[in-house]
Design a protein around this ligand. Structure first.
Ligand SMILES: [Zn+2]
Length: 150
């Protein structure tokens, strides 16, 4: 079978794998790879789950935040598969269940940086569904970061 651009994207991420890991998310265990941040230096704290085929996260993301960031990807993909047009923003709410309380503010700041970078990078030329989804999550994190109760 000829390789597709998605195959190549996944292979290039795998080539920069640092190590495999397992996260405990709710009642399940989830295997993923930790990837060198050089894979996409323009997107801080990146995470990827292209076509639900390969789950990977930047080495920059602190270990204690892995479950929440990965929970987003799993939920986002699942809701998208179910036809939820607001899948990314819904996932941005769901993931907060897995954030350690004492690090809540740091987590929100980190996620806002990622989504701001995604919108900046793909806003003018990327896939419109992806841009719309990323913009909705960026706005969600902006709102949470500015909440004095957070
Ligand atoms: Zn999402």
């Amino acid at each position: 079978m000829p390789s597709t651009p998605l195959d190549e994207f996944i292979e290039s991420a795998k080539a920069l794998k640092i190590r495999s890991a397992t996260a405990h998310i709710g009642s399940r265990y989830c295997d993923y790879d930790i990837t060198s941040k050089t894979f996409e230096p323009r997107v801080p704290y990146f995470v990827g789950y292209p076509d639900r085929r390969y789950l990977f996260i930047s080495e920059e993301v602190p270990e204690e935040f892995h479950p929440a960031v990965l929970a987003h990807e799993l939920w986002c993909a699942r809701q998208k598969g179910r036809g939820d047009p607001d899948h990314c923003r819904h996932a941005a709410v769901h993931e907060l269940l897995y954030v350690p309380n004492r690090a809540f503010k740091a987590y929100l700041d980190m996620r806002l940086k990622t989504f701001e970078a995604l919108v900046e990078l793909y806003g003018s030329c990327g896939d419109t569904d992806f841009v719309r989804a990323a913009t909705a999550s960026r706005d969600q994190f902006r709102m949470l970061v500015s909440d004095p109760g957070a």
